[in-house]
Ligand binder design. Structure first.
Ligand SMILES: *[C@@H]1O[C@H](CO)[C@@H](O)[C@H](O)[C@H]1NC(C)=O
Ligand SMILES: *[C@@H]1O[C@H](CO)[C@@H](O)[C@H](O)[C@H]1NC(C)=O
Ligand SMILES: *[C@@H]1O[C@H](CO)[C@@H](O)[C@H](O)[C@H]1NC(C)=O
Ligand SMILES: *[C@@H]1O[C@H](CO)[C@@H](O)[C@H](O)[C@H]1NC(C)=O
Length: 477
């Protein structure tokens, strides 16, 4: 009884302090949100009242604004002390793409993960073995015409199918694609139905087989809670924010990994039609998920989404100004960028990938933490992946050193590089050690309960730990 009263008093106090904290804003905002039909939880600017989802798998497709999404997820993970699964060094900065993903590609210092986002070829079964059960799966698609044009220019030296084309002419390729394209060849996935391939499908399945395309779209729909659309990136982000119960601050971004305008071109309608015919599976997939995105926007209320998009852009402007003042980060082509932490990877000399460069005397007067956060906002994926691997490896080693000397009692684990999920439970920054994903308190919606930072050396079995499921050496079970 007394406990109940204390709890109620606590609820009242927190509610009142929340109200006070948001002062005058709250009333007008919630009223506006009410009229616009926005869901009552998570309306801006009051913080989301539901716990944030912290288990996210983002399938990074090629040339689809996915680097921007990856950067956003990296920053969210760092901010919330979440472990990001990263590739072993021999895989490069991708999970040994184009081979289908397996957990052997994951660096052992990044286990068990909360977030995964580096390039891979989707393999649902393997990901489900690696990631917690309540993981939210998200991916992004782009309109096939502009996507293919982008692939063609980005990979025209890497991909044999494109290299054979005289004068690097997209027109020539599309005139007779079978003359240049070899289905079984290395890198051929950049030359046909790349989205279907990245999602684990058969890029060379006969396009006449409408049943296949339909079944594949249904499969993607089952696997992913949200399929974003690059052409409607901000609207997609609003849906994502609601899906994950994240705050507006969590989805701010600056575009990374783009080409200069000079190396982009828009396709004539005839050419676009040829691209769609050649990439028929991707075209069906795109149409399906573009329609479903707009259905979801309709369900949430178009006015509500439009308002959030506006607030997102305003907040983005404020963030950029606070980071870079009036001296905006300069758009430069990769070769001109002096800060090597900011130089994006360039596939070849012909495509001009732009990144940001910063004036040497960036934001004097702001704290070094702020400067760091601002730098991360524009850091390209290869460098950011390295930075994250470094910091996670440090934490991993430190947590090993902090373990009490009980280890001789437990059988020594073989030093395999990757063990299946939860056989080797490691102290984790965001999950209680040995908390099984099937255990109580880890169902959907309770993700934030796992953000408590438990010191690795403690070795106290977490609530919900079951013998045999977490065999951490620190627990003499
Ligand atoms: C993340 O970890 C740092 C250092 O251990 C701590 O100061 C910070 O409060 C943690 N943040 C969250 C969101 O848990
Ligand atoms: C390649 O370009 C050159 C010069 O622009 C032109 O003369 C030639 O006909 C082109 N070749 C093809 C196969 O289009
Ligand atoms: C996506 O769907 C919307 C709504 O139906 C439509 O207006 C838009 O043209 C579509 N985009 C593309 C690229 O097909
Ligand atoms: C930053 O450096 C540039 C040139 O190096 C100089 O012209 C400018 O005055 C400096 N800005 C500040 C605020 O010190």
């Amino acid at each position: 009884m007394i406990q109940k009263k204390i709890f109620l008093a606590f609820v009242v106090i927190t509610t009142v302090s929340l109200l006070l904290h948001h002062g005058g804003h709250l009333e007008s905002w919630t009223m506006e949100a009410f009229y616009l039909g926005c869901p009552s939880h998570c309306s801006i600017p009051s913080p989301c009242l539901e716990p944030k989802h912290t288990h996210v798998a983002f399938l990074k497709t090629h040339k689809t604004a996915s680097s921007t999404m990856q950067n956003l997820l990296f920053r969210f993970a760092e901010h919330n002390n979440l472990t990001v699964a990263l590739p072993v060094q021999s895989c490069g900065h991708q999970f040994c793409y184009p081979r289908p993903f397996t957990s052997h590609f994951v660096h052992p210092h990044t286990l068990p993960p909360s977030v995964i986002t580096n390039h891979m070829r989707f393999n649902r079964a393997e990901l489900r073995r690696l990631m917690p059960d309540d993981t939210v799966y998200v991916t992004i698609l782009r309109e096939p015409g502009s996507m293919f044009e982008s692939l063609f220019s980005y990979y025209n030296q890497v991909c044999q199918s494109f290299r054979r084309v005289p004068n690097c002419s997209l027109e020539a390729f599309l005139e007779e694609p079978w003359r240049y394209y070899r289905p079984g060849e290395k890198e051929s996935m950049y030359a046909r139905n790349t989205l279907t391939f990245d999602l684990g499908g058969d890029k060379d399945h006969p396009p006449e087989d409408v049943g296949y395309a339909r079944a594949f779209a249904a499969e993607v729909e089952r696997a992913f809670a949200l399929v974003m659309i690059a052409e409607h990136f901000d609207e997609s982000l609003v849906l994502l924010r609601h899906l994950l119960s994240w705050d507006l601050e969590d989805v701010l971004y600056l575009k990374v990994n783009m080409r200069t305008l000079g190396s982009k071109r828009s396709l004539s309608p005839e050419l676009a039609a040829k691209v769609r015919a050649w990439n028929a599976l991707d075209a069906r997939l795109y149409d399906h998920f573009n329609a479903s995105l707009w259905q979801q926007i309709g369900a949430m209320g178009p006015a509500c989404v439009a308002r959030e998009v506006r607030l997102l852009r305003e907040a983005q402007g404020r963030l950029v100004r606070s980071c870079f003042g009036r001296r905006m980060p300069l758009m430069r082509s990769a070769s001109q960028i002096t800060n090597k932490d900011l130089r994006p990877w360039q596939p070849n000399a012909k495509v001009d990938i732009v990144g940001y460069d910063l004036p040497a005397n960036l934001s004097q007067g702001t704290s070094s933490q702020d400067q760091e956060n601002c730098l991360k906002l524009i850091m390209p994926e290869v460098q950011y992946t390295q930075v994250l691997l470094h910091s996670q490896s440090l934490l991993y080693r430190r947590s090993y050193q902090q373990r009490p000397p009980q280890r001789p009692q437990t059988p020594k684990q073989p030093t395999r590089s990757v063990l299946p999920r939860h056989q080797q439970v490691r102290p984790h920054r965001s999950q209680p050690p040995a908390a099984s994903p099937q255990g109580p308190g880890s169902g959907p919606g309770s993700a934030s309960t796992s953000t408590s930072t438990l010191r690795p050396a403690g070795g106290t079995p977490a609530r919900g730990a079951k013998p045999g499921q977490g065999s951490s050496p620190t627990q003499a079970l």
